[in-house]
Design a protein around this ligand. Structure first.
Ligand SMILES: [Zn+2]
Ligand SMILES: [Zn+2]
Ligand SMILES: [Zn+2]
Length: 351
């Protein structure tokens, strides 16, 4: 039963990994019974936490036990994410017997919840989302049981390859089945850490890159660009007004992606730049007119990136206009002004 409580992720029985990772969370845990929202949110959070833990074990193994925990945690995490999606559709469906579902039982976690197979079948029946491949996930789960009882028998290569495939299915499902706006701050944060962690898992990176090539090619066929993803740092972000990373599933507006890129690679928030009195390197793109170009003037060796049109201007390509502060080509600048400001100046009879 403890296992069941753990799986459902009722606050009081949160898995120990969370507690090790962040003791403050345990300390701030309310002593009173959690309300519905707490339970509802914690199931996905718990699943993502397991996945992140699995990734850490597989990405930087330090002992022979790491692979064991990687498979166990990934497998538990995948199942919880799927169950949470089913719960969001109809919470009674996560009970093996939905007719016996009560809020009280859900709260206590004292009930038998659906198996992976049942969960996928019910998702198929009750939702329109694209589901992960049932065969792939069940075969991954089947690796779990012998490991749990007898330790690891498969080779590292076999387990890594199987983990990579299962993880790929899950990443696609997460992008498809959950709106970023529906996630709590904790869930978003965990998802972000998972996306960043994916790159550490080398075998996954290689397999996934090969797998997404057709998607990237298709994007380029529509005369659009691929740029670096601010979340997973792979060259797999499909630039557009709304961007989507084919590698890790990160989705956002181009402007938000640019801000995340600045925070993750250059460092500093908009607030920090304002405080320091420095120019925030998010600029209006001269090529497409969108406020989605990351461009550092003067101090840098690295190219700019526009997250809408994919333009990557060299550091020397643009300078700021003294009047309006917009970027323009140095050779187009007259009297320190961009062409627009210069012609406005002229028409004001400063001939
Ligand atoms: Zn990405
Ligand atoms: Zn642009
Ligand atoms: Zn100007």
């Amino acid at each position: 039963m403890i296992d069941e409580l753990l799986e459902i992720g009722v606050g009081r029985f949160k898995n120990s990994y969370s507690q090790i990772r962040d003791n403050s969370r345990q300390l701030t845990m309310p002593a009173i019974e959690p309300n519905d929202d707490d339970i509802q949110l914690s199931m996905l959070e718990n699943g993502l936490d397991f996945i992140l833990s699995g990734l850490k074990h597989i990405g930087s193994p330090t002992s022979k036990f790491d692979l064991k925990y990687a498979v166990l945690h990934l497998s538990s995490g995948i199942e919880l994410v799927l169950k949470d999606r089913l719960r969001r559709e109809d919470w009674t469906q996560i009970f093996v017997k939905p007719e016996q579902a009560t809020e009280e039982r859900l709260k206590s976690g004292n009930f038998k919840s659906v198996s992976l197979y049942q969960c996928l079948k019910r998702l198929e029946e009750h939702t329109a989302v694209n589901l992960p491949d049932l065969g792939l996930l069940t075969s991954f789960k089947e690796r779990r049981n012998p490991i749990e009882h007898f330790g690891v028998n498969d080779s590292r290569e076999a387990l890594e390859a199987a983990s990579a495939i299962a993880l790929g299915e899950l990443i696609d499902f997460l992008a498809e089945a959950f709106e970023e706006s529906e996630l709590s701050a904790e869930e978003s944060e965990l998802l972000q850490q998972i996306r960043t962690g994916l790159a550490e898992f080398k075998r996954f990176t290689v397999a996934r890159m090969a797998e997404i090539q057709p998607v990237l090619e298709n994007h380029k066929k529509r005369y659009k660009q691929i740029v670096v993803c601010p979340s997973c740092v792979q060259d797999a972000l499909m630039a557009d007004c709304d961007v989507l990373c084919a590698f890790c599933g990160y989705a956002a507006s181009a402007e938000d992606a640019a801000e995340l890129y600045i925070a993750n690679t250059i460092g500093g928030s908009r607030h920090y730049y304002m405080k320091e009195g420095e120019e925030y390197p998010l600029r209006r793109c001269r090529n497409c007119g969108n406020n989605a170009l990351v461009f550092e003037e003067g101090y840098t060796e690295s190219n700019g990136i526009c997250f809408v049109c994919g333009d990557t201007p060299s550091p020397g390509d643009y300078v700021s206009c003294d009047q309006c502060n917009e970027l323009c080509r140095d050779e187009d600048r007259a009297g320190g002004m961009c062409p627009e400001c210069f012609s406005a100046y002229i028409s004001e009879d400063h001939r």
